[in-house]
Design a protein around this ligand. Structure first.
Ligand SMILES: Cc1cc2nc3c(=O)[nH]c(=O)nc-3n(C[C@H](O)[C@H](O)[C@H](O)COP(=O)(O)OP(=O)(O)OC[C@H]3O[C@@H](n4cnc5c(N)ncnc54)[C@H](O)[C@@H]3O)c2cc1C
Length: 386
C-alpha cells in the first residue's frame, strides 16, 4: 500500500494545518475552561468544505474521500479535539447516516444545508440505558395516521443542543425484546419555534472535550411527518453499523491529532526545561517516552490511512476501522498521560495544553464503540476468517 499523500492532499493538509494554528491554537485553553460551544469557529469550517467533506459536490459537500477527511481531522484535532469532535458528529455521524439512508428529496432538504455548514447536525443512538448494546434502545416511534410519534430519550449526543437536524434512532417494531430499529430526520425547530415535545439539556460535568456540545435529548410525543423516515422501516440498525464503521476511521484520525500534539509539546518542553544542569530531553528516561510516543503515532497513522484508503476503494473495512480506532485512541491516551509526565507539575496545570490532551483523549476510548467493543469486533472477524 502506498501511503504517500497526493499533491492535492498535501495542499489540503497544509490548509487545515494553517487554519488550526491560526484559528484554533490561540483560544483552545480558554474555550476548554469556559466549556463554550465555539459557534464562530464552527461557522468558519463550512466555507473551507470541512462540514461536508464526504458529501458529493452536488449535495453541497466537498466531494472528498475518507483519506482526505482523516488528514483534516488530524490537523484540526492537533489543536482542538473538541472542534474535531463537533466535525465528526456533523460529517461522519449525521451526514454519514443521511448519505447512507436518505432518498433524493431528503438529501436536497437535509444534506445540502448541513454539508455547506449552514446548519448543524447531530446523531442520536445512545440512550441512558443503552450504549454498547445500542439495539436495546427504549426510544420508540409509532405511526399515527400520516405522522410518526416519537417517545424516549437520548444520552451524550454531540452537538445535541445546537443541532438544527438530528438523526434519531427509534424502535418501530412490536414486542418486548429487541425490536427493529428505524432512523428519523428530526428538524429541531419548526417555523422558528422549538419542535413540540423535543427538549435538550447540555451535559456540563464532562472530563474533557469541553468545547464540544454534549446533550441529553428528551422526546415526548414528538410528531414528525411520515416522510422523515430515513431508509427502510425496521432496517435502520444495519445503517447504524455502516455509519459507526466509517466514523471510527475519523475518530482514529482525531486521536492521532491529539497524540501528535502531546508529542510535539513534549519535545519542545523537554528541550527547554533544565534540571540537574541540562535539558531534561537529554535524560534517556525522557527520550524513551518520546521515542515510544513517536513510534505509536506513526503506527496509528498507518492504520488509519490503511482503513481510509481501503474505504475510498469501496472495500469492506469493519476490522480495519476497528483496529485503527482502537490503536489510535489508546495511543492518544498514553501520549496524553506521558506528556503530562514529561511536563511534570506544569503539565498538571492548564498553563499548558497537555492536561487537556489527556482529558480529551479518554473520550476516544469510549465514544463510537469502546475499546472493549473494538476488540470484540476485531476478534469476531478473526474467528470468522481462520
Ligand atoms: C462526549 C461524548 C460524546 C458522545 N457523542 C455521541 C453521539 O454523538 N451520538 C451517540 O449516539 N452517542 C454518543 N456518545 C455515546 C457513546 O457512544 C457511548 O458512551 C459509548 O458507546 C459507550 O456506551 P455507554 O457509555 O453506555 O457504556 P456501556 O455500554 O454501559 O459500557 C460500560 C463499560 O462496559 C463495557 N462493556 C459493555 N459491553 C461489553 C461487552 N459486551 N464486553 C465487554 N465489555 C463491555 C464497555 O466497554 C465499558 O467499559 C458520546 C459519549 C460521550 C461521552
Amino acid at each position: 500500500m502506498d501511503f504517500e499523500l497526493t499533491e492535492d492532499l498535501r495542499i489540503l493538509q497544509q490548509t487545515s494545518r494553517e487554519f488550526a494554528l491560526k484559528e484554533l491554537a490561540p483560544g483552545a485553553i480558554e474555550r476548554d475552561a469556559k466549556c463554550e460551544f465555539p459557534i464562530e469557529i464552527m461557522k468558519k469550517l463550512g466555507p473551507l468544505g470541512f462540514m461536508g467533506m464526504l458529501v458529493p459536490e452536488k449535495y453541497g459537500g466537498a466531494g472528498l474521500g475518507v483519506l482526505a477527511y482523516s488528514v483534516v481531522m488530524e490537523e484540526i484535532a492537533r489543536w482542538d479535539a473538541s472542534v474535531a469532535l463537533n466535525m465528526a458528529a456533523q460529517n461522519s455521524l449525521c451526514l454519514g447516516h443521511l448519505m447512507v439512508a436518505a432518498n433524493e428529496e431528503q438529501k436536497q432538504k437535509y444534506v445540502v444545508p448541513l454539508a455547506r455548514g449552514e446548519k448543524l447536525g447531530a446523531w442520536g443512538l445512545t440512550e441512558p440505558g443503552s450504549g454498547s448494546d445500542a439495539a436495546a434502545m427504549r426510544t420508540a416511534a409509532r405511526l399515527d395516521g400520516d405522522e410518526w410519534v416519537l417517545n424516549g430519550s437520548k444520552m451524550f449526543i454531540t452537538q445535541g443542543t445546537v443541532a438544527d437536524t438530528c438523526v434519531i434512532m427509534a424502535a418501530t417494531g412490536k414486542g418486548n425484546g429487541k425490536r427493529p430499529i428505524s432512523a428519523f430526520a428530526v428538524e429541531t425547530h419548526r417555523d422558528g419555534k422549538p419542535l413540540q415535545g423535543y427538549s435538550t439539556r447540555k451535559i456540563l460535568n464532562k472530563l474533557g472535550m469541553h468545547a464540544s456540545d454534549t446533550a441529553e435529548i428528551s422526546m415526548e410525543d414528538v410528531r414528525l411527518p411520515r416522510e422523515c423516515l430515513l431508509g427502510t422501516e425496521g432496517e435502520g440498525f444495519a445503517d447504524v453499523l455502516k455509519v459507526l464503521t466509517n466514523g471510527r476511521i475519523g475518530i482514529g484520525a482525531l486521536a492521532i491529532g491529539i497524540a501528535r500534539g502531546a508529542l510535539e509539546d513534549s519535545i519542545k518542553y523537554a528541550k527547554e526545561r533544565e534540571q540537574f544542569g541540562k535539558p531534561i530531553a537529554q535524560f534517556q528516561a525522557i527520550q524513551w517516552l518520546l521515542a515510544d510516543m513517536a513510534t505509536q503515532v506513526d503506527a496509528a497513522r498507518l492504520l488509519v490511512y490503511q482503513a481510509a484508503m481501503m474505504k475510498d476503494k469501496g472495500q469492506t473495512v469493519t476490522r480495519e476501522a476497528a483496529e485503527a480506532k482502537l490503536y489510535a485512541s489508546e495511543t492518544a491516551m498514553r501520549a496524553g498521560v506521558n506528556a503530562v509526565q514529561i511536563l511534570g507539575g506544569y503539565g498538571y496545570t492548564s498553563e499548558f495544553h497537555v492536561e487537556r490532551y489527556m482529558r480529551d483523549a479518554k473520550l476516544l476510548e469510549i465514544g463510537e464503540g469502546t475499546s472493549q467493543i473494538q476488540r470484540i469486533v476485531i476478534a469476531k472477524h478473526l474467528m470468522r476468517q481462520f
